[in-house]
Design a protein. Sequence first.
Length: 239
Amino acid sequence: MARGKRYRQAAELVAAATEEAGGPLPLEQAAKLVKETGRAKFEESVDIDIRLGVDPKHADQMVRGSVALPHGTGKSVRVLVLTNEGKQAEAEAAGADMVGLDEYVDKIQNEGFTDFDVLIASPDVMPQVGRLGRVLGPRGLMPNPKSGTVTNDLTEAVEAVKAGRIDFRVDKTGIVHTSIGKSTFTEDQIRENADAFLKEIVRLRPAAAKGGYVRSVTLSTTMGPAVPVDRGAAVVSTR
């Protein structure tokens, strides 16, 4: 696949840095380099990819959760709250973009509506929400108590998501991929967000995971090359 001049120049920077370091880079240096290689003419996302030594086909090796990033993600998050009338005013006051129940359940089930980023539900409506798994599950939008998106405290949940809490889960190949900021963030903001995410990944290590847990870590911008991060960053971040 042919790459543009900007990408090739950015890739050369990464190659030179990793050669000089003798391998993957310390997190601080990687954060600096990923910002330097974000050269698109638009505001790119900064992504982190972590390959884990788990087999997600086994329930006891599934890694999923949520984490509040210190500096948020830099993007506006559309939140849908499904709850009964008695708690709808609370969700609206907390800043939810869409609030309701039956009309949204029907719209998701019959029209495949998924024009939102996060779905939060109160426990009492989960029997209805559970029927939406076929639509929501493949898109990673199904609410879950472990990620804080099934809760009676709708105010806290909505405010946390709006402030920068993200949900994540390992995919079928054993990789966790998510955005942790924007190319306009400072180097320190990128590093601190990446550090917070790594801490949570390490904390969630399944007891059934054998051998090396964090196999590789990379940072990249939307249009930029992957910058390899020293796996030791995941260990240091927990100290």
